[in-house]
Write a protein that binds this ligand. Structure first.
Ligand code: FUC
Length: 837
């Protein structure tokens, strides 16, 4: 079962030995250190290596001196090929499944669901590693003055060390402009660069094959050969029972030397480049697959790779580097964040976790925030696939949960920081996915529900599979598409881009239409509910351990139900958003009315016997339930149905639910709770969660139940899962700036630990760019840069008032509303400074 996979680390003995022998750390060279991750040892484990990416190609740099490993990824390399995930469909059994649920016969309902509604397979395709770039530097085993680093502002990983009197340097980046991985190796004396370089593909081990089983497909083997002086890796994923066609891929390595020689060495196991006594060498890796779209894999990766490589290798290194820097910084430099007054301690990044835990390094939070922005730029650029469970960084043939797209929290969380952290265009790959799902999910809607519109449950893959998988406990939930559709409206809120809204509206409408067709009246209360459904991955009474019998049978918890709170919350917002969008675009009055009417009939949110917000229609929440999913709090965040100001009773109940659930959990679970406490205006509790999330996770013991953060700042579910990074960053932003409910709230959940600080370039709904500066816990000034004409309400921090609003140092009028809130009138393109008492 996909949800209980073992996870193994690729442990390299050589790396571990090297880690111990690399002594004498090199302190930071002068200059910018607040955007740098750095270490005194090479990475012994993948979760210590440093990630680079251009949205499509990824690299993890270990920084070993003797035998460097750079783990490679291409974001479209998945098992299988285009397929239709649907079985015959269970629409005919829908009335019976519903009857069983309403009669309280949940086990029977799940059994019938699993018999009739599941997809052709119970798993989906998996994201695969491309292979490794391997570099061998004979004689480089015992360096001094070693240092490896990742500069987020450059998106360049650098490894430097001395060998005797010679200083070596490697710079690695993945260019978003030239679409290649570039490795530059140099020394401070001529003729000193000698190495061999090759590519290595990955092959399934027997254990991988067995563990994954038939349902997910396998990568199969690749071959290494050469063409001229290029090393070429070619592969084709293994045949898969669900797909007639299968993906092909190719990677190509070339070396351009300055001084010295390069030759092909095919005497060994397989072809390698031998670089001899060069002054410097630039290595290029280009890679591609035959993927064009989810239903077309007819591209020719060989031609693409050859052309890309030729175009890149023609250019001088300095030019490649400059254009890469410029394009990266265009996105990265939009936001800055400084927390605290202490400055950045000049110690290796892995030592900063301890300082942060002692309250001595809030700068780590700022680095963590920027790292998430960096990861989003690296794994989700216009034209690329959306960031999957691992962004695009995966070294495992059988990755946890297939490293695919889990849409009952994880995929959405990946995009929580996109808008507020000023990376709006990095959101686009998600919208492309939604457009595809609206096609594949329309078939599932018809076959399983006899409904119009489109539907997605809790998972999809690169082939946009939409049929339920895993089993009824997970697969009976089907509001994943509706949740994703709310991202379209969010993008519009933040950008005010009407042309985008016009394109997105049919997708939103399709997501809503499915529910307008499938909502049913609950026989007891007459409320409109979803059925069958579930509260994602949780059953009433918590998540009891699965009981497995020696003969392989198991008892599993039952999750199927009608009208879980999360569904009703998502649908309230989706129906509202559709109606507003239709109004804005002047379309579909009938549909608008239908959506509004359905919204009014939805089951209400309810407060239960523990004072909690009920997760289900019935008051079934257990005080002992510490389940990682907090689905019923969707209406607090990412939704905005519940807030301390507008719905105080529901907000109190949400608080109580959060208290009962506790502050621990997987990385993403803690990240969600940061956002929730921020929305509940409790900065101290949000910060406490952040402290938990930024706890250093043990990179070796992957069985630890505790989530946290690995030494390379990547999130530990465990194992590594990128959602926690993105959710954590969104939470940090949410503590500093909120813009739901029609107002821009400044420093709404500022913890004491961040008494002094500043940010520049965060974005509020209404398309207003916001800077703020505060001292001693008090906001000093804010700068607003509206991208469109706007008249937002602005809420200063509690206990402060707006003193003046200036445009080019000249006071402009504003209106005071109640509670310190003011109404501003802003013109697109102008800059306003707001001062506070
Ligand atoms: C959901 C979560 C798990 C994990 C997986 C990828 O199933 O419940 O914790 O994050 O997605």
């Amino acid at each position: 079962m996909g949800h209980n996979r073992r996870f193994r680390w690729p442990v390299s003995l050589a790396a571990a030995v090297l880690a111990m022998t690399a002594v004498a750390c090199q302190p930071s060279p002068g200059g910018q250190i607040d955007s740098v991750l750095w270490y005194c040892q090479p990475a012994a484990h993948w979760v210590e290596a440093l990630p680079l990416g251009n949205g499509r190609l990824g690299a993890m740099v270990f920084g070993r001196t003797l035998d460097e490993r750079i783990a490679l990824n291409e974001q479209t390399l998945w098992t299988g090929g285009p397929y239709d995930s649907n079985g015959e469909g269970g629409a005919a059994s829908l009335p019976e499944i519903r009857r069983l649920v309403f009669d309280g016969k949940h086990k029977e309902a799940e059994a019938l669901f699993e018999k009739t509604m599941m997809g052709r397979a119970w798993e989906q395709a998996q994201y695969q590693p491309l292979g490794d770039l391997q570099l061998l530097f004979p004689g480089h085993a015992f360096p001094t003055a070693y240092r490896r680093s990742l500069d987020l502002d450059q998106a360049i990983a650098t490894t430097t060390y001395r060998l005797g009197s010679i200083q070596y340097q490697r710079e690695i980046f993945v260019s978003p402009v030239d679409q290649v991985i570039v490795v530059r190796i140099s020394a401070d004396r001529p003729g000193q660069v000698s190495l061999s370089a090759t590519l290595r593909g990955r092959t399934n081990s027997k254990a991988d094959e067995e563990e994954r089983g038939d349902d997910a497909g396998t990568q199969g083997a690749s071959t290494i050969g050469s063409e001229g002086l290029d090393v070429v890796l070619r592969g084709r994923v293994a045949p898969w029972k669900l797909s007639a066609d299968r993906l092909r891929y190719e990677a190509r390595l070339r070396a351009v030397v300055e001084g010295g020689t390069v030759a092909l060495d095919n005497a060994r196991e397989h072809d390698a480049l031998r670089i001899h006594q060069a002054d410097a060498v630039t290595l290029f890796v280009a890679a591609a697959t035959s993927f064009r779209t989810f239903d077309d894999i007819s591209d020719d990766p060989g031609t693409r790779v050859r052309e890309t490589l030729a175009a890149a290798a023609r250019q001088p290194y300095s030019r490649l580097r400059d254009t890469h820097l410029e394009e990266h910084r265009r996105l990265y430099r939009r936001v800055s964040l400084t927390l605290g007054t202490k400055g950045v301690p000049d110690v290796p990044t892995n030592e900063r976790f301890g300082l942060f835990a002692k309250g001595q390094d809030e700068g780590l939070v700022a680095l963590y925030f920027q790292f998430a922005r960096y990861l989003l730029i690296g794994s989700s650029r216009p034209g690329s696939q959306p960031a999957n469970l691992q962004g695009l960084w995966n070294a495992d043939m059988n990755p946890a949960w297939g490293s695919k797209y889990t849409s009952n929290i994880n995929l959405e969380m990946n995009y929580w920081p996109a808008e507020v952290a000023n990376l709006s265009e990095c959101h686009e790959p998600l919208f492309g996915l939604v457009a595809d799902l609206a096609r594949t999910g329309a078939r599932t809607a018809r076959l399983n529900f006899g409904a119009n519109g489109w539907v997605l449950g809790h998972n999809t893959d690169i082939w946009r599979a939409t049929a339920p998988i895993h089993g009824a406990y997970w697969g009976a939930w089907h509001a994943g598409g509706a949740w994703l559709a709310t991202h379209l409206w969010e993008h519009y809120q933040f950008t005010q881009d009407r042309a985008f809204l016009a394109r997105a509206y049919p997708l939103m409408k399709g997501a809503a239409e499915f529910f307008l067709d499938t909502l049913v009246k609950h026989p007891k209360h007459g409320w409109l509910v979803t059925c069958p459904s579930s509260s994602p991955e949780n059953g009433p009474g918590g998540d009891p351990a699965w009981k497995k019998y020696p003969d392989g049978r198991y008892d599993k918890p039952v999750g199927i139900c009608a009208g879980p709170t999360i569904d009703l919350q998502i649908l309230r917002e989706l129906f509202d958003q559709c109606a507003l969008a239709a109004e804005t675009l002047g379309r579909d009055p009938e549909f608008r009315a239908r959506a509004r009417q359905a919204r009014e009939g939805l089951a209400p949110m309810q407060i239960g016997r523990l004072g909690q917000l009920q997760e289900w229609l019935e008051d079934l929440d257990s005080p002992d339930d510490h389940h990682r999913h907090v689905s019923h709090l969707w209406g607090v965040y990412p939704g905005s149905l519940i807030s301390p100001r507008t719905t105080p009773a529901l907000a109190n109940a949400a608080r109580q639910s959060l208290r009962l659930r506790g502050d621990a959990g997987t990385g993403w679970s803690m990240a969600w709770k940061i956002n929730l406490w921020a929305r509940l205006l409790d900065g101290e509790r949000a910060h406490a969660l952040l402290r938990n999330q930024l706890g250093l996770a043990d990179s070796v013991n992957i069985d630890t139940a505790r989530g946290g953060t690995y030494p390379n700042l990547m999130d530990a579910h465990p194992p590594f899962q990128i959602d926690g990074n993105f959710g954590g960053a969104a939470g940090i932003a949410e503590m500093l700036l909120q813009s739901h409910g029609g107002e821009i709230a400044l420093l709404p959940a500022l913890p004491k630990a961040w008494g002094t600080g500043r940010f520049e370039g965060l974005v509020a709904r209404g398309a207003v760019v916001v800077d703020a500066e505060w001292r001693g816990g008090r906001l000093v000034r804010t700068v607003l840069r509206p991208r469109v004409d706007a008249s937002p309400r602005l809420r200063p921090p509690a206990g402060q008032l707006v003193a003046a609003v200036l445009q080019e140092r000249t006071p402009v009028p504003f209106t005071r509303l109640s509670g310190g809130v003011v109404r501003l009138s802003l013109r697109a393109g102008a800059t306003y400074e707001v001062l506070f008492d």
